[in-house]
Design a protein around this ligand. Structure first.
Ligand SMILES: Nc1ncnc2c1ncn2[C@@H]1O[C@H](COP(=O)(O)OP(=O)(O)OP(=O)(O)O)[C@@H](O)[C@H]1O
Ligand SMILES: [Mg+2]
Length: 413
């Protein structure tokens, strides 16, 4: 099969819908076959379709291809893969461990796919193939495990390390990747579980006990891993706090608590990798502080940096669309980046505002994704008087907000 021709169709069925997957698939397939081409990586809302089944039972449809990003793809000749899922509505549960008389909150626990992480993946924008590569990493991990590839010959640890400056989407990407993997591997897993380890809680107030707490936590995780139909994603945010470089924390003869924690973590990682349904997702913005043996175990070390002009345009575009959806901005046409490219970046009444946004994006380079997503809020709060406004007025005010944020950034050491 030519993978380049695979069209992935992710269908989010309403939580209350009890229709069978087959009926849903048939309705969406009929709709697709009546189209010539379809937009990629765009959230198509069920309520906007004419087909009554789609309208009443489907929240959204997202089409994507591993090899073509954005724009449109011709339906003719492609192989279509369907993924139908329902979101769990519950938020995070807190996992606790009893230690002596204390109850420690050691992790947060979500059942995936979860409402909380819906559209997170689609709203993260990077330039190169970062997202596709991470997804392919997960798929390959599962494939090698399923086919029982001998790990003494080919080694992989199921560990991802995302690193880069604060606010560049590392934590969001881990959560979004876990959710995406569960949706895409529905034929293998009935659901997923995301366990976010609360690193700070593991440092015991009793000297030398923290290593034991790490082992206790992993014992609990190993219970979850026994369910082969569940994909267990372990998120260790700011991993340098658990896997602190051992050479920098030795204090003479007695191993410090930090060293015990690192040793325990490495041992547990080596044990848990034998399970085929486990993924370890970690983040750090201080890679130099991470123990070298941990870094060495990471299969993928992906740097996430400041968004480029195109990524910034996509972020702003998604923000403006959200303001239009909620009625804060009057609804107007605004091109996505592929349309703008198609129009040759020439100015006319259709592209005027979009080109202005491109100019603002260029002027916003050097800001983090976190700051960029704040700009529309600051624009509204500090630079506009009316509750509802037009796009062109909003863009003008955005310019002032960007300028203010940049001036504030210059004041920072
Ligand atoms: N490339 C990006 N595209 C879209 N949104 C982004 C991007 N980078 C960051 N964001 C947004 O910025 C916010 C912060 O992201 P997140 O908390 O994942 O960053 P982080 O790298 O984990 O930061 P920290 O190092 O401070 O923990 C989120 O709302 C996220 O959606
Ligand atoms: Mg983070």
């Amino acid at each position: 099969m030519n993978e380049g021709n695979v069209l992935h169709i992710e269908i989010c069925q309403n939580a209350t819908s009890t229709l069978s997957g087959e009926v849903i698939k048939k309705a969406v397939n009929a709709e697709l076959m009546s189209m010539n081409e379809i937009s990629l990586d765009i959230i198509l809302r069920g309520k906007d379709f004419v087909n009554i089944i789609i309208q009443n039972h489907i929240e959204s449809i997202i089409c994507s291809s591993n090899y073509v990003e954005k724009g449109k793809i011709k339906i003719q000749g492609v192989v279509i893969k369907y993924y139908i899922y329902r979101l769990t509505q519950e938020g995070a549960a807190t996992e606790t461990i009893k230690y002596d008389s204390d109850e420690l909150s050691v992790a947060s626990h979500w059942v995936l796919p979860a409402q909380e992480f819906h559209y997170m993946w689609e709203n993260l924008y990077y330039d190169c193939d970062i997202k596709n590569n991470l997804l392919r990493f997960v798929e390959t991990t599962m494939l090698f495990s399923d086919l029982a590839v001998n790990s003494n010959i080919i080694s992989w640890n199921k560990v991802v390390l995302l690193h880069g400056p604060p606010g560049t989407g590392k934590t969001s990407m881990c959560k979004a990747l876990a959710q995406k993997a569960v949706i895409r591997m529905a034929d293998r897993f009935t659901h997923g579980e995301l366990i976010e380890i609360n690193s700070h809680s593991l440092f015991s107030k009793w000297f030398s006990e923290s290593g034991k707490l790490v082992m206790k936590l992993f014992d609990e995780i190993k219970n979850l891993v026994q369910d082969e139909k569940s994909l267990i994603c372990i998120l260790i945010d700011e991993v340098e706090s658990l896997a602190h470089a051992r050479k920098s924390c030795s204090n003479g003869t007695e191993p410090s608590d930090s060293i015990r924690v690192v040793n325990a973590l490495l041992t547990q990682l080596d044990q848990i990798k034998q399970y085929s349904n486990v993924l370890i997702l970690t983040t750090s913005n201080m890679t130099e502080a991470i123990d070298i043996a941990f870094v060495d175990r990471a299969d993928i070390k992906q740097h996430l940096g400041y968004p480029s002009e195109v990524a910034i345009y996509n972020i702003y575009h998604s923000c403006l669309k959200e303001l239009m959806r909620t009625g804060i901005l009057e609804s107007e046409e605004i091109c996505d980046i592929s349309q703008l490219k198609l129009f040759g970046y020439t100015e006319d009444s259709n592209t005027k505002n979009s080109l202005k946004l491109l100019e603002l994006s260029r002027g916003s380079e050097g800001l983090t994704g976190r700051t960029l997503r704040k700009i529309p809020f600051l624009t509204h709060a500090l630079h506009l008087c009316a509750d509802k406004t037009t796009l062109s007025k909003f863009l003008k005010a955005m310019y002032s907000a960007i300028l203010k944020v940049q001036q504030e950034n210059e004041l920072q050491p």
